[in-house]
Design a protein around this ligand. Structure first.
Ligand code: TMP
Length: 408
């Protein structure tokens, strides 16, 4: 067996969590598809390690992009009102900061899905373009360059558009297979005083909340300020800004500028110091995290078995990518969670990956309400609980497993 090595520097990884073999989180089989069919047959080992040299936390096994069902990709970045507002606010913030006084500037988003940020920028006069290999961008008017950002694809775009003042990415850099190539693309694409702004799930929050369901095939890396600083410096950039975001269970937004162009904001040193004090990649901290993950699994299975024995009804709420990690690692299936309701039409009528739990539309949730709902979209808990007040009023209870298993 080859020892997994760091995708940046090749140093052997220290594996601290092994959740077993998992299906692709976006491979929802049709009910008629046999167990060994196209969706279920492929499994990868979901294990997480960190590089002692560059501190980058990453999946030890790589799922090639070709394995992913890009066409009909069942994900919408702003499927929640909170996320739509988050992306609108992000666009407005870029206009107030990096794009202030540069309203006709060229700006790029890498992986735009619903295109809310680009629309906000375009409405203010900025010239936006998306690098989106799937070719799909929810914003009708967005120009899409159908490619990953690489040195070659960046050169093609710069030839007609010029260089970009801002390159932005949300929940995308964590999924990039070839980070050196991404930085080569940024080097071609960004203006001399341009910035790269990106936000991704924060490993510090994953550890703090025992949010092991953030680990799945589409998140290859789990960044910290420490690892992003190292990454930036390796490729001629500098981490100059950092911001905490409440969305998706806690993220960090990083701003990178070319080396020597800008001094880091004080928040950068603050978070670096905090990470050092927490010892985020210390073996003892990671071992304690792995123990808490195992505890969540045991508690969740025990609770669901107890409810089944007591004749209580249970439904899953939201067939998220994260839920694939939970159901697979915990061995949940229709015997414990008979169905899951989800608002994404492409998932409805299908089965969840691996666990083969039937996915029903949201209307099925109240027809009739289950006794308990397992909230897989815990990162949208406030919005969902506010909308589903009738469920609570009818005596329903939410089951959450972050930061530990509890019922509310
Ligand atoms: P994610 O943004 O955490 O990945 O979750 C998205 C999934 O959750 C997607 O399949 C839609 C589903 N969902 C619902 O079914 N109802 C909701 O209210 C929300 C916010 C998401």
């Amino acid at each position: 067996m080859t020892v997994p090595s760091c995708r940046i520097c090749g140093t052997p990884l220290h594996t601290f969590l092994d959740l077993g073999h998992h299906p692709l989180s976006s491979a929802f089989p049709a009910p008629a598809e046999p167990l060994a069919g196209a969706c279920d047959a492929f499994r990868y080992r979901l294990a997480v390690g960190h590089c002692e040299r560059c501190a980058l936390v990453q999946l030890t096994d790589d799922v090639p992009h070709e394995r992913r069902p890009y066409e009909g990709y069942p994900y919408h970045s702003s499927g929640s009102a909170t996320m739509r507002e988050h992306f609108r606010a992000t666009g407005r913030r870029l206009l107030r900061t990096e794009l202030r006084g540069h309203r006709a500037a060229f700006a790029v988003e890498i992986g735009c899905t619903d295109g809310v940020v680009l629309r906000t920028l375009a409405d203010a006069g900025v010239r936006p373009l998306a690098f989106e290999p799937s070719g799909r961008c929810g914003y009708g008017g967005a120009r899409v360059h159908r490619a990953f950002l690489t040195a070659a694809s960046a050169r093609e775009v710069v030839a007609t558009e010029g260089r970009a003042r801002v390159v932005y990415a949300a929940n995308t850099v964590c999924d990039v297979a070839d980070l050196p190539e991404l930085f080569a693309g940024l080097d071609e694409l960004l203006a001399a005083d341009g910035v790269f702004v990106f936000e991704d799930p924060y490993f510090g929050e994953i550890v703090g909340r025992t949010a092991f369901d953030q680990f799945y095939d589409e998140h290859r890396c789990y960044f910290t300020a420490t690892s992003v600083r190292a990454l930036a410096e390796r490729f001629g950039f500098r981490l100059v800004g950092i911001e905490r975001l409440p969305v998706h269970g806690g993220q960090l937004r990083y701003t990178l500028a070319r080396a020597g162009r800008r001094a880091p904001a004080p928040a950068v040193a603050d978070i670096l110091a905090e990470e050092e004090a927490r010892g985020l990649t210390d073996p003892a901290v990671l071992a304690a995290f792995a123990d808490r993950v195992d505890r969540v699994r045991r508690d969740l299975v025990a609770l669901l078995e107890e409810l089944r024995a007591a004749g209580r009804t249970v439904a899953g709420y939201a067939a998220t990518a994260k839920s694939c990690t939970v159901t697979t690692y915990c061995g949940l299936g229709p015997h414990l969670v008979p169905y899951v309701c989800d608002s994404t039409p492409a998932k409805q009528g299908r089965l969840t990956p691996g666990a083969r739990i039937p996915v029903r539309p949201p209307a099925a949730f109240g027809a009739p309400y289950p006794d308990h709902a397992l909230l897989f979209a815990w990162n949208h808990a406030a919005e969902i609980m506010a909308r589903e007040q009738a469920f609570r009023a009818a005596g329903g209870r939410w089951i959450l497993y972050v930061p530990e298993v509890h019922v509310v």
